[in-house]
Design a binder for this molecule. Structure first.
Ligand code: GUN
Length: 296
């Protein structure tokens, strides 16, 4: 294995967290502002509980205030909207995130619509979606933002590169396409109905896999030398004893042989997502206080 082929998301995320903590300390010392992030968890989905716990811990470790709420699964949509309104009105809260998925009786769109766009650190509000699509300043979804940081760290300027995204979700695929377009790539968004998906993937200088199907993308789908970003986090059986482990959407071993660079799972995109959430919270806190946004 050639270690230089592996894009070390864990290390890049740690470096980003150091920059976030430094910016947070400056905000505190020079402006008496402590960025506050409120992560709202509804119900007891175990994966969501782990994500939110990690978000809260890293928020505090960066020197920010963690002002989240955990609400029972039977919380009504109206009650959740009231919580969001309370957080919208609280000047010590600069970032609001409602963990998805929500229980089936709550409409995610209604909740996202209710979040103050200036506090929408997930970048899911229509106002931020529109800003990203039109190249205006806003808040950018954390996972695609993390992918862009990994790509630019490895490749520098992305101008003119052929990028293929597999997956068209609102959380990853679509905003990723906007960011790559904004970076002057030629962008294709492929999905489950794309004809001859392997050939489309083989065009890519940059291949972003965000489908949520374990090891779907084989080594022979990858152009030699391509940069592969694997957003997938899939739990699969590891042995007969019932142990599980995490794998990506890319079949890592064979892909390693062909790719020029590739993110591992775990330790690739995942750690960047929360680090970008912390970054977005600092950005939001600066804008809400009329402070120039630092370069982080
Ligand atoms: N669930 C899975 N990914 C995300 C995310 O980026 N933000 C929120 N709020 N929920 C998620």
């Amino acid at each position: 294995m050639e270690p230089e082929k592996i894009i070390d998301g864990k290390a890049l995320a740690a470096a980003l967290r150091v920059r976030v903590a430094a910016a947070t300390a400056r905000l505190r010392d020079e402006h008496a502002v402590i960025p506050g992030l409120a992560a709202v968890l509804v119900g007891d989905d175990p994966a969501s509980q782990v994500y939110v716990r990690n978000k809260n811990r890293q928020t505090v470790e960066a020197g920010m205030n963690s002002l989240g709420r955990a609400l029972p699964a039977e919380t009504s949509e109206q009650a959740l909207l009231e919580v969001v309104e309370e957080l919208n009105a609280d000047p010590s809260v600069h970032g609001i995130l409602v963990q998805l998925p929500l229980p089936a009786h709550i409409g995610a769109s209604a909740v996202i619509d209710c979040i103050d766009p200036e506090k929408d650190v997930d970048g899911f509000h229509l106002r931020n979606v529109g800003r990203l699509a039109t190249g205006r300043e806003g808040l950018v979804p954390c996972t695609p933002l993390g992918c862009m940081m990994l790509l630019e760290d490895r490749l520098g300027d992305l101008t003119g590169r052929e990028a293929v995204i597999v997956g068209r979700s609102n959380i990853v695929g679509k905003p990723m396409a906007q960011l790559l377009l904004g970076a002057n790539c030629t962008v294709t968004v492929a999905h489950s109905r794309t004809r001859d998906l392997p050939s489309v993937c083989r065009r890519a200088d940059i291949l972003v896999a965000a489908v949520g199907r374990a090891r779907m993308i084989g080594g022979d789908w990858i152009k030699p030398g391509a940069t592969v970003i694997d957003v997938g986090i899939n739990r699969v059986a590891a042995d007969e004893a019932g142990k599980t482990r995490l794998v990506g959407d890319v079949d890592f071993g064979p892909a390693m042989e062909v790719a020029g660079a590739i993110t591992p799972v775990p330790g690739g995109v995942g750690p960047m997502t929360i680090a970008c959430l912390l970054r977005n919270t600092v950005v939001a806190a600066c804008r809400q206080n009329g402070i120039q946004v630092p370069d982080i």
